[in-house]
Write a protein that binds this ligand. Structure first.
Ligand code: CA
Length: 234
């Protein structure tokens, strides 16, 4: 469509049920994707770490290591923290689905699912991953991931509880990394017009962020008499 040839997208499926692997592989290859199937959890995780794919389809019930644990570990690794993941869950296993999404899966399909539905979900997730500006909901900074839609912050996969203002401040810093944000700008964007607050308030909240997330202690730089900036690295 764009007139330039692109490498086929690589998809890894970790699933031990041969029927499902066959079905998924068939339909995805027909769409031009390169599919690698792995049958056990531990090997699957190795494979992803060695060569991160463009998308992961992950079953929950697996030999050696279950899908939830794989999901957690994939999210905890900065190399794969934003890898699109579709979780496969058994019918009726509502808790698996909830835990899966909590562990950081982007989407899920309940077995038995239609191949068309699978292909549609894969395409949608890959499209979102390709245009990060269209999905400004996820900010990665080293081992830290802030998800604006889910309103959560994770460090190495573990959720960190922040107040609404701390969250807003961190979001602003991540969106504008490398740039100085004055106290006034931060007050305006995070506190808005409820602002009977003084600029000292910003300092207090920045201090709390640094305490809660040690990684930020050095990463947030105090720019004398101006405000703050987040170091560009990360
Ligand atoms: Ca299975």
């Amino acid at each position: 469509m764009e007139g330039k040839s692109t490498m086929p997208k690589r998809i890894v499926i970790i699933e031990d049920e041969a029927d499902i692997v066959g079905l998924v592989t068939h339909y995805l290859e027909k769409e031009g994707y390169r599919v690698t199937a792995v049958r056990d959890g531990a090997k699957g995780l190795q494979q992803i770490k060695a060569e991160p794919p463009d998308l992961l389809i992950l079953d929950i019930m697996l030999p050696e290591m279950d899908g939830l644990e794989i999901c957690r570990r994939v999210r905890a690794d900065s190399k794969t923290a934003v890898l699109p993941i579709i979780m496969l869950t058994a019918k009726g296993e509502e808790t698996d689905r909830v835990v899966g999404l909590e562990m950081g899966a982007d989407d899920y399909l309940t077995k038995p699912f239609s191949p068309k539905e699978l292909v549609a979900r894969v395409k949608a997730l890959l499209r979102r991953a390709e245009r990060p500006e269209a999905a400004p909901d996820r900010h990665v900074y080293g081992d830290l991931v802030l998800d604006s839609v889910r309103h959560e912050v994770r460090l190495k996969g573990r959720e960190i509880v922040l107040t609404a203002k701390e969250f807003g401040l961190l979001e602003q810093l991540l969106k504008n990394r490398g740039r100085v944000l004055t106290r006034d700008v931060l007050l305006d964007r995070v506190w808005g017009y409820e602002a009977d607050v003084i600029s000292r308030t910003v300092d207090v909240h920045i201090r709390r962020l640094r305490e809660k997330i040690p990684l930020l202690e050095d990463a947030i730089i105090t720019v004398k008499s101006l405000g703050y900036k987040l170091k560009d690295a990360g």
